[in-house]
Design a protein around this ligand. Structure first.
Ligand code: C2E
Ligand code: MG
Ligand code: MG
Length: 496
């Protein structure tokens, strides 16, 4: 009996181990396939940059570079170099003088130089990943490869496994790996822990991965952030992670309670037409002041609601509140549009469109009066999100991509999603101060026009910024403190 139990237990444990190894292998393989797709995109773009039939950095050449970016899924900028110095790019046009970057982190055996995380020329405060080959170079968001790792994995991705060994990205200290021979499908043991290995056949790279020992808050943005921290600092952020999650749990309990007891309110920030500064709409923004009167930032509690799985309740609260507060005003002002921020979960929720229809019908508001904003990041799962977006547009709502430019998707990718408008993140408006030629705004505006996308420019704080932006695109809309801070519903339609 005891032996039988023992054998049964042993068999159970063994099966569990097999299962874990299967899962790890599957997740590692998935990573390699996704990373290969990004790699293919990069290699193709580098080749196309070099094939330009036009004189380097001529107008025709710049158009050629822009087309490459528009057609690529991951590349943010296509760059022409000479002796490693940047001459022109799809985003900045021709530079006044050749500008060099830092030395590469490593060079692959195929002669590609990689800068994993470097300041981007012409974008103060923004960093990205740069890959150079001969006189061609591409810029991508540095998360392009990190986002493809399942958050349940402890992992190290190495480049060039057959010659040297360069750590590309990692969320664990990669000590000990340098000495191993890595062969796809042959696990390695480091410090007594078994890691699955999967290597790319198309590109020179391998992932070495193990499922985490303890289940952590899988898929949470916190974990991704710490993964990134681990990459930069070379160490995982264990203690900080645990306390951050503990804090978010208590915040989550308080937020759930707040939903039920009137601590949440909605304010509205005007959106104007830049040509004549007339108010044509507003964005609804949630506010939370807790029972002790402390204001908690939506950036913080929205992330908690997403992580803890009750963002739908928050979104539905906002939409109901918009109807309760603004239905009359909206009925009297055809053409005025209020936008509501959504998370990916809302768009994927098959009952959401029906909920919206019901609320609007009950309030007598037409669908054209309500638009929806989605951040770039939440559109990562292209197919399903694309279907959700089309369902909302079919119902008569305009769909906006929020904070455009802060993430890794290219404009063409967003064009394939078929949205109506993009909201250009305020970091680009900020860069206008440094001189319009240093901001990416004109290039983004040009690309948006090619793709027939409407534009809202975020974060306009000064008259000078408003005038520069109106000069770049007279049809664009603007939002920012210059035109009005977020106000309560009762003040939205005051003369502004
Ligand atoms: P967002 O959707 O990009 O909203 C714009 C943010 O920029 C708002 O911050 C707004 O107050 C701020 N802002 C507006 N004009 C200016 C300006 O001229 N200069 C500067 N520096 N900032 C300006 P807020 O209200 O703190 O919201 C932060 C983020 O929280 C929002 O960014 C949005 O992503 C999220 N959020 C807010 N309300 C909701 C909501 O009801 N649902 C969801 N899912 N997310 C929300
Ligand atoms: Mg927004
Ligand atoms: Mg925004």
């Amino acid at each position: 009996m005891a032996i039988g139990l023992g054998v049964g237990l042993w068999a159970g444990v063994a099966t569990l181990h097999d299962q874990i190894e299967d899962d790890t292998g599957r997740l590692a393989q998935l990573y390699i396939e996704r990373a290969d797709a990004v790699g293919d995109d990069i290699v193709q773009a580098l080749a196309r940059i070099r094939q330009s039939p036009a004189a380097p950095c001529s107008d025709a050449d710049l158009a050629w570079l822009r087309r490459i970016v528009i057609e690529s899924r991951h590349i943010k900028s296509a760059v022409r170099l000479h002796d490693r110095e940047m001459l022109c790019s799809s985003t900045l046009g021709k530079l006044p003088a050749p500008t060099g970057r830092a030395t590469a982190d490593f060079e692959t055996s195929r002669g590609r130089r990689v800068l994993v995380d470097t300041p981007l020329i012409g974008m103060p405060g923004v960093r990205g990943m740069v890959i150079e080959e001969g006189n061609a170079s591409v810029v991508l968001n540095r998360e392009a490869f990190i986002d493809k790792v399942d958050p349940r994995l402890d992992y190290t991705v190495v480049a060039d496994y057959d010659t040297r060994r360069d750590v590309f990205i990692s969320n664990m200290p990669p000590a000990g790996l340098a000495l191993r021979t890595l062969v796809s499908g042959e696990p390695v043991t480091v410090d007594g822990r078994r890691f699955e290995v999967r290597c790319s056949t198309a590109h020179t790279g391998c992932i070495v991965a193990a499922l985490r020992d303890r289940p952590r808050a899988t898929g949470s943005p916190l974990v991704m952030a710490f993964g990134l921290f681990g990459l930069v600092g070379g160490l995982g952020g264990g203690v900080g992670l645990v306390s951050a999650i503990a804090r978010s749990r208590s915040l989550s309990r308080r937020l759930r309670a707040a939903l039920g007891n009137n601590e949440l309110t909605v304010v509205y920030q005007p959106i104007v037409r830049l040509a004549d500064r007339e108010r044509v709409g507003a964005e609804s923004l949630i506010r939370w002041r807790d029972t002790e009167g402390h204001a908690i930032s939506p950036d913080v509690f929205i992330a908690v609601a997403e992580e803890e799985g009750f963002i739908s309740e928050v979104t539905r609260f906002v939409l109901r509140r918009v109807m309760a507060e603004l239905a009359d005003g909206l009925r009297q002002r055809p053409g005025f549009r209020v936008t509501v921020n959504l998370s990916a979960k809302d768009v994927l929720d098959p009952t959401f469109a029906g909920f919206v229809r019901h609320e609007l019908q009950a309030a007598g508001v037409s669908p054209g009066a309500i638009g929806f904003e989605l951040t770039e990041r939440s559109t990562a799962d292209h197919d399903a999100i694309g279907r959700g977006i089309q369902a909302l547009r079919k119902a008569g709502h305009a769909v906006y991509i929020d904070d455009f430019g802060t993430d890794y998707s290219s404009l063409s990718y967003l064009a394939q999603l078929q949205v109506d408008m993009i909201k250009i993140d305020r970091s680009f408006t900020l860069a206008l101060q440094e001189g319009a030629e240093q901001s990416l705004m004109p290039q983004i505006v040009a690309m948006a026009r090619t793709l027939s996308l409407g534009l809202v420019i975020e974060g306009i704080e000064t008259d000078a910024q408003a005038r520069i932006v109106a000069g770049i695109d007279r049809d664009a809309l603007g939002q920012g403190w210059l035109f009005g801070s977020p106000v309560e519903a009762s003040h939205l339609f005051d003369a502004g």
